[in-house]
Design a protein around this ligand. Sequence first.
Ligand code: GUN
Length: 291
Amino acid sequence: MQLIDGKEVAASLRKEIKAEVEKWVAAGHKAPHLVAILVGNDGASQTYVGHKEKCCGEVGFRSTVLRMAENTTEEQLLAEIKKLNENPDVDGFIVQLPLPKHISEQKVIEAIDPHKDVDGFHPVNTGRMISGLPSYLPATPDGILELLKYYKIETAGKHCVVIGRSNIVGRPIANLLSQKGWDCTVTICHSRTKNLTEVVKSGDIVIAALGVAEFVKADMIKKGAVVIDVGITRVPSDKTKSGWKLLGDVKFDEVSPLCSYITPVPGGVGPMTIISLMKNTLKAARKEIYE
Ligand code: GUN
């Protein structure tokens, strides 16, 4: 069993991006500028945005975090988005999700100029992705592809089983792996799937992205399978300083001995998602997607 080390891959890609930024700036351009809007006080979101800000500094980007109160209205948030759409000094921006319940996430996503949508969540970008056109790829699916590439994991003709059909992970990764160049035969499983254990057990590559801690057990995994765990459920723990720990969607201890490759949680897919955001921001600054 080979552990897929997301921290190592992320560090390697971070170096490559930093070198590209240095070239870009040396050629007389401004450093790419990423803005993150953070609404409310969600603990996990604050941590994620902090990590994104830190990574921007490491690769040589400019970054700004706009913090807005929990009781911000939808109109106020949409007005802020309009300003960022129109600000030529901002290359790309994200609105950290989840948003407070009184704000429509879909409306917010659709208000972002697709040219600056470095999360790749706008329907124009998802549509372009599905059509095989250049687009900003969503962070988690792109991170998974980078891991497969780094470890030279064969995908052509393999049966990939994706568990979960979310807009930000399950559906896009299933689509991308079915495209030319990756060439997987893909099955998407969800809460209404019949004989789930048998279906997952037929997977050469299993991507667990349903958000249920330790859902995937040893009896669901074929010997030699590649297992990618996207889950990040926080559970209370008396062994950590923070008082909680992260669990994946895979019961790691019993599944890992069966695998050819497996991602740990934390330290697998997680560190890669920020790298994908940095890749998209560099593309936005260079105007690579739409020009
Ligand atoms: N919340 C969890 N993942 C993400 C992400 O990739 N982008 C944004 N904006 N919010 C998130």
